[in-house]
Design a protein around this ligand. Structure first.
Ligand code: FE2
Ligand code: FE2
Length: 480
């Protein structure tokens, strides 16, 4: 029967994912039921998922089933730098509808755990339980749920409507037009806690408060005896015809003169190590080195000039020679063999530990989506965008924008550990700030303004090294 029904639907032009197939086959007259449901869908998908089915019929079975969260990847250590977590050698990507469902299940489950630590969400219930009229019949009772945002829209009269879902059901949340949240930006796919009251008539939640997982408020790194400094140096873009060779040489001379005195022992490069090839249309016009392997050879030569006792940690970005989908594994094979043994390759994002301090390093491709999705945010405020990531405990909250995702079993973009230092690159700015005690760094570039940036009126802030003292947490910026 199974194959007959699946084949008949395929002939109609519809495929079913595994979960939907099981659901349809569990109905009394499966083919008739499936055809009737699909005919009512506003957008007819090629692969029908339970998400589509739920737009037509009420289904009580769980969708965002909580999976046991796999252990953090095994620790990799080179010298004094430990990689606590990245995707390298741990990829379990499943590029299918099921793979994405599994990925979002993990994202939901891990962010839910973080939200449940929030005091104001104590006693949060499942959406199904809250919607059950036998359980919630008092419209004055405060209810609490945790859901992933499916949709955000604004009504003509100015209310914000959120559609959220958890592992049991889906519901509508109405944000009154005079609520302060109207000024805020809720991103699709972020996971939030909702506190409100349920209307008895149409079972909608009227929002009182929205709770984000956020990071706890701390006063900063507790001082220790370390005298070591780490420098952050992003977006080198070797191969580009606007690579700032002379200013790079100034930086190298400075390192030779000053690094020992400053006890500068580590340099972290959060991505776009080379300019790459084929990254944007017409890039070949802007390349000094047209072959990507030659670009890495040149980078290896440039890095050789850095004093040998400084350990270098290299992370890929969207211009590097690894898969563009995040999380990105470390550079490997013939490319990684071009580099000296004091250079460590890590994935993007990665959690590092250097002398007891935890560093979250992420190239920052999702800035492209954050500036589109969050009111008032622009490319010139990457540190603000980083705060928004921390509030949501996710490096790239929205799926389906400019940041490509690989559907891994575990969502490596969840910020599940609170770092001491959070560093990004990508936007070619340079800045330092802090948020709830976390040192935030956006780590400059070694590429001058490109014609693309000129067209978009974007002025980079190149040729700077940001240093952080690992004992005191104090930052400083050296400009060249
Ligand atoms: Fe870049
Ligand atoms: Fe980039």
């Amino acid at each position: 029967m199974r194959s007959r029904i699946v084949e008949a639907l395929a002939n109609d032009g519809f495929l079913l994912d595994h979960e939907t197939e099981e659901y349809i086959l569990g109905q009394d007259a499966p083919l008739q039921f499936a055809r009737q449901v699909i005919s009512q869908m506003v957008h007819r998908p090629l692969v029908v998922t339970m998400r589509d089915v739920r737009t037509v019929v009420r289904v009580e079975t769980p969708r965002l089933t909580s999976l046991p969260r796999p252990m953090v990847s095994g620790t990799r250590t080179i010298g004094e730098v430990e990689v606590l977590r990245d995707i390298t050698s741990h990829s379990e990507c499943l590029a299918s509808v099921e793979g994405f469902a599994r990925y979002f299940q993990d994202r939901y489950a891990s962010l839910r755990q973080l939200l449940l630590r929030r005091m104001d969400l104590a006693g949060a219930q499942t959406i199904q339980r809250v919607l059950d009229p036998n359980r919630t019949s008092d419209s004055n009772k405060e209810i609490k749920v945790i859901g992933m945002v499916n949709e955000v829209r604004t009504t003509r009269s100015g209310e914000m409507i959120l559609e959220i879902e958890d592992d049991t059901a889906r519901c509508t949340v109405m944000v009154p037009k005079d609520h302060k949240l109207i000024q805020d930006s809720i991103l699709q796919d972020e996971v939030v806690g909702i506190i409100g009251k349920l209307t008895q008539k149409d079972r909608k939640i009227i929002l009182k408060k929205l709770v984000r997982p956020d990071v706890p408020i701390r006063s900063g790194m507790e001082e220790n005896d370390s005298t070591t400094q780490v420098a952050f140096m992003s977006d080198v873009h070797i191969g580009s015809n606007t690579f700032l060779e002379e200013r790079w040489r100034n930086m190298i001379s400075w390192l030779k003169d000053e690094a020992d005195g400053l006890n500068l022992q580590y340099i972290v490069i959060p991505g776009d190590c080379v300019d790459g090839v084929g990254i944007f249309p017409g890039q070949e016009e802007e390349l000094l080195i047209e072959d990507i392997i030659d670009q890495y050879k040149s980078l290896a030569e440039h890095l050789k000039d850095i004093p040998d006792n400084i350990r270098i940690v290299m992370q890929p970005g969207n211009h590097d020679m690894v898969r563009p989908a995040e999380p990105q594994p470390a550079l490997n094979g013939e490319v990684s063999r071009l580099f000296d043994s004091n250079i460590m390759q890590i994935g993007n994002p990665a959690y590092l530990r250097i002398e007891g301090r935890t560093i979250l390093s992420y190239h920052g491709k999702s800035f492209d989506d954050m500036v589109n999705g969050i009111k008032g945010l622009s490319y010139s405020q990457p540190l603000k965008a980083m705060e928004e990531m921390l509030k949501r405990r996710h490096l790239a909250p929205t799926y389906g924008g400019k940041t490509p995702f690989a559907p891994e079993r575990q969502d490596y973009l969840v910020i599940d550990e609170v770092p001491d230092i959070f560093v990004t690159g990508h936007v070619h700015g340079a800045g330092v700030s802090s948020y709830n005690g976390i040192r935030l760094i956006n780590a400059s570039t070694w590429q001058d303004q490109t014609s693309f940036q000129k067209m978009h009126n974007f002025v980079p802030d190149p040729a700077k090294l940001t240093l952080v003292h690992l004992g005191t947490g104090k930052p400083s910026i050296a400009a060249f």
